[in-house]
Design a protein around this ligand. Structure first.
Ligand code: GDP
Length: 362
């Protein structure tokens, strides 16, 4: 599956956030295609469009799509040089597609901060330095390897070394690989290195109940993220965990009492979904209305493969209705009558929110 790793220094609220996420809704057992590990949470993606579709289609079941979060605990200063359980954790980060970086933006006498002082920017830099150092090591090894190959006149090796040198300069200054401008070809050459700092990042700023406004720690994180072009989601992990333990009946009351329309976790989940470069399409039959996840830019057959590989192999066409049309014309029949049902072929790139019905040979 496509995974988002949760990283951060100890005691910033990672486990609290992860627990809240994994308790947030549907039991992971409803997602049989996912391997369940204790540090992996399969989290349904909240999507009001599903309810709107269900109101029209009146299906027996409504199924959201899901994102996977991985709790990567134990990252500390010195990890890249083997401090703590260092390298093991870095290896876990290698396997994820994007990173949710939790930073502590609250003061609390009882909860010790590892470096003795709440300073989210210093925390971000500590983690970034570890990741950049680990990448620097990978890049140096790779340069050495390709230099041996290049001696025999291998052109490909020379191109690789050039890209690696470009990255090396940035990493050496403690900058993330993602800050280096790279074209598609260059990215392709780098894929085999699974660089940590090339992965997209968002920040979850963990605050106290009264810490959403007038919070200099939060402001500092926002300013830093703005420079990086990264998203910040402020959230109170403790409140979210409390919320996740409530029955449905008590949830609305709880939200009203803290003046929110939806739990903060929804924003975390949606931001992660966007960060992972994912998009949603729907199937809307009377048996079930369901959201499916594809990588942004997927073709119709690739989207069909998410349901079943046979759908891709025998793909003929996708009967396609844009989400807005489906709602406006109150379902498939209405959209067809209005001439808003399109027959799309193999080359069609699925659009966000498309309601699809695949035709295929078995
Ligand atoms: P981790 O080491 O990053 O996984 O941090 P934990 O999730 O274990 O949190 C460390 C401590 O901070 C625990 O005692 C949590 O209960 C507490 N904590 C985490 N988030 C919040 C929060 O938003 N508010 C308050 N009051 N405590 C929090």
């Amino acid at each position: 599956g496509i995974k988002c790793g949760i990283v951060g220094l100890p005691n910033v609220g990672k486990s609290t956030l992860f627990n809240a996420l994994t308790k947030a809704g549907i039991a992971a057992a409803n997602f049989p295609f996912c391997t369940i590990e204790p540090n992996v949470g399969v989290v349904p993606v909240p999507d009001p469009r599903l309810n709107a579709l269900a109101e029209i289609v009146k299906p027996q079941k409504v199924l959201p799509t899901a994102v996977e979060f991985v709790d990567i605990a134990g990252l500390v200063a010195g990890a890249a040089s083997g401090e703590g359980l260092g390298n093991k954790f870095l290896a876990h980060i290698r396997e994820v597609d994007a990173i949710t970086h939790v930073v502590r933006c609250f003061e609390h006498g009882d909860i010790v901060h590892v470096s003795g002082k709440v300073d989210p920017i210093a925390d971000i830099e500590t983690i970034d330095t570890e990741l950049a150092l680990a990448d620097l090591e990978s890049v140096d090894k790779s340069i050495a390897r390709y230099e041996r190959v290049a001696k025999s006149g291998d052109k490909d090796a020379k191109a690789r070394i050039e890209v690696l040198q470009k990255l090396r300069a940035a990493l050496d200054e403690g900058r993330a690989a993602r800050t280096v401008e790279l074209d598609e070809d260059e990215r392709g050459l780098l894929r085999e290195l699974f660089l940590l700092t090339l992965k997209p990042v968002m920040y979850v700023a963990n605050v106290l109940e009264d810490g959403f406004e007038d919070n200099p720690h939060l402001d500092a994180v926002r300013a830093r993220a703005a420079r990086e072009g990264a998203e910040v989601v402020p959230v109170s992990a403790a409140i979210e965990e409390e919320f996740s333990q409530l029955d449905d009946a008590d949830r609305d009351e709880f939200l009203a009492s803290i003046g929110l329309e939806e739990p903060g976790l929804n924003r975390v989940i949606r931001a992660a979904y966007k960060l992972l470069g994912l998009q949603t399409y729907f199937t809307a039959g009377v048996k079930e209305v369901r959201a499916w996840t594809v990588k942004a830019g997927s073709t119709a057959p690739q989207a069909a493969a998410v349901i079943h590989t046979d759908f891709e192999k025998g793909f003929i066409r996708a009967e396609t209705i844009g989400y807005d049309d489906f709602i406006k014309y109150r379902g498939e029949a209405g959209a067809r009558d209005a001439g808003r049902l399109r027959l799309e072929g193999k080359e069609y790139r699925v659009q966000e929110g498309d309601v699809l019905h695949f035709r295929f040979n078995v």
